[in-house]
Ligand binder design. Structure first.
Ligand code: HEM
Length: 415
């Protein structure tokens, strides 16, 4: 057995929040190792890096998710006891419900709803001196997501709901006011969405039978029991919130476009091939998920190291997206790297790795890619705009992060 390098610390939780995205990556470099130990939230944690590590991490005979996600993250970002915390048959059954909403027809339906919202906002924008893209795109996504899901949304509610979905995401790496804003946003959202689930169950609201609202509201667990109202609420929010979160990636896409105007013409091409490469590079280059956690289910040995039952293990997502062994010159934004990219499910993991149906890989990855391509299409083919001087810097010591100005665009014209 080799000795796993160990950070000498009583607890690094505060340092993790202070250092943000590079926390794991930095220590891997200091130890010159793809594995090290530290202490977080009062317990010893093993951090691992690399495609082989990802493959082990997604092996469900070795790892489980039960007990892996800290309560503060469940009380803000994810909701309590949802799909992310489940294992085995119960997880696969719940995941199948999510994946049933990811068909081509369902994604096209979402894109049609987002298209309507984009067009309405463009009509508004051409009469405005400037727009904070990150904020308006949250609203566009919220409108698109609710219309897709069959969730009624009054025009007067859009801003508040979009802000609440975003506040839940914004809270995941915070222990201060941001955390409390996230909790408040979640409780407001759960009471709103819970009321809608109840209306469906009491037959006061009649969503389409194929709609996410109907499917989640009438989902039965493996024991044949209807999900509790609270559980259905958490899972419906697990569909709406991350669609609104795509606004982070749209803001980063606009930033990338501003920094790399040389790609504009290729992005305008109707076949959309280059847009897909660009979107993939945005998901690689710009930070979102820092790492993922799971607990050792049964003890095992890997790479000369022993993993004890119950040990918490973190997989270094951010570090893997910036590792020169996986990406040539990772510090450069180069969509071309995806032209002939032949990856495995374990080396490009901005939204998790492994299999969709059997593991915890993000259920909404296809949606994310398509919605980002559509957003880019609007930015390059539907409007022209200027980017006035502003603070476009994004902090790596803040999780999640986004360009500080929110990407202000001005002098917006239809093309
Ligand atoms: C899981 C990231 C968009 C639904 C995840 C995971 C990550 C992630 C890192 C965890 C993977 C793991 O635990 O192994 C993102 C990012 C998004 C995004 C960065 C874009 C902003 C979406 C969308 C949806 C969605 C659009 C649905 C409409 C889910 C669900 C899970 C999940 C249901 C839980 C899967 C499971 O536990 O089996 N996502 N996601 N996500 N995501 Fe996403």
């Amino acid at each position: 057995m080799t000795n796993i390098p160990e950070e000498k610390t009583l607890d690094s939780s505060i340092t993790l929040l202070q250092e943000g995205f590079p926390f794991l990556h930095k220590r891997m470099q200091q130890f010159n190792s793809d594995i090290f130990k530290t202490r977080l939230l009062g317990e010893e944690v093993i951090c691992i890096h690399g495609p082989e590590a990802a493959q082990v991490f997604y092996d469900t005979s070795k790892f489980q998710r039960k007990g892996a996600i800290p309560k503060p993250v469940q009380k803000t970002l994810l909701g309590e006891d949802g799909v992310q915390t489940m294992d085995d048959v119960a997880h696969r059954h719940r995941k199948a419900m999510f994946m049933s909403l990811m068909s081509k027809a369902s994604i096209n339906h979402l894109l049609a709803q987002c298209d309507r919202a984009w067009r309405a906002y463009v009509t508004k924008w051409v009469n405005m001196p400037e727009v904070v893209l990150f904020e308006d795109v949250q609203e566009i996504m919220c409108l698109g997501a609710c219309a897709w899901a069959g969730v009624p949304l009054k025009p007067t509610e859009v801003r508040q709901r979009a802000q609440d979905f975003t506040a839940m995401v914004d809270a995941f790496g915070a222990a201060d006011m941001r955390h409390y804003r996230g909790r408040k946003a979640r409780s407001r959202t759960e009471s709103w969405v819970g009321g809608i689930i109840e209306q469906v169950r009491k037959k006061k609201l009649h969503p389409d039978e194929n709609s996410p609202l109907y499917i989640v509201a009438w989902h039965y667990d493996t024991a044949g029991k209807l999900l509790s109202k609270k559980m259905a609420t958490v899972e419906l929010i697990n569909l709406l919130r991350p669609i609104v979160a795509i606004a982070y990636y749209v803001a980063f896409s606009a930033l990338a476009l501003h920094k790399h105007p040389e790609y504009l013409e290729r992005l305008r091409q109707p076949d959309g091939r280059f847009r897909e490469m660009f979107v993939q590079e945005v998901r690689r280059f710009y930070p979102f998920a820092p790492f993922l956690g799971a607990r050792v289910r049964n003890e095992f040995d890997w790479g000369g190291n022993h993993f004890k039952k119950g040990k918490l293990v973190l997989l270094d997502v951010y570090g893997m997206l910036h590792d020169p062994r996986l990406w040539e010159k990772p510090e450069l934004f180069k969509p071309e790297r995806f032209a002939n990219w032949q990856g495995s499910p374990f080396d490009f993991i901005p939204q998790g790795g492994g299999e969709f149906e059997l593991g915890h890989r993000c259920a909404g990855e296809w949606i994310t890619i398509e919605v980002m391509k559509q957003a880019l299409g609007f930015l390059v083919n539907h409007i022209s705009y200027e980017v006035p001087p502003q603070n476009l810097y994004y902090k790596l010591d803040r999780m999640p992060t986004y360009p500080q100005s929110g990407v202000i665009i001005s002098n917006i014209r239809r093309i």
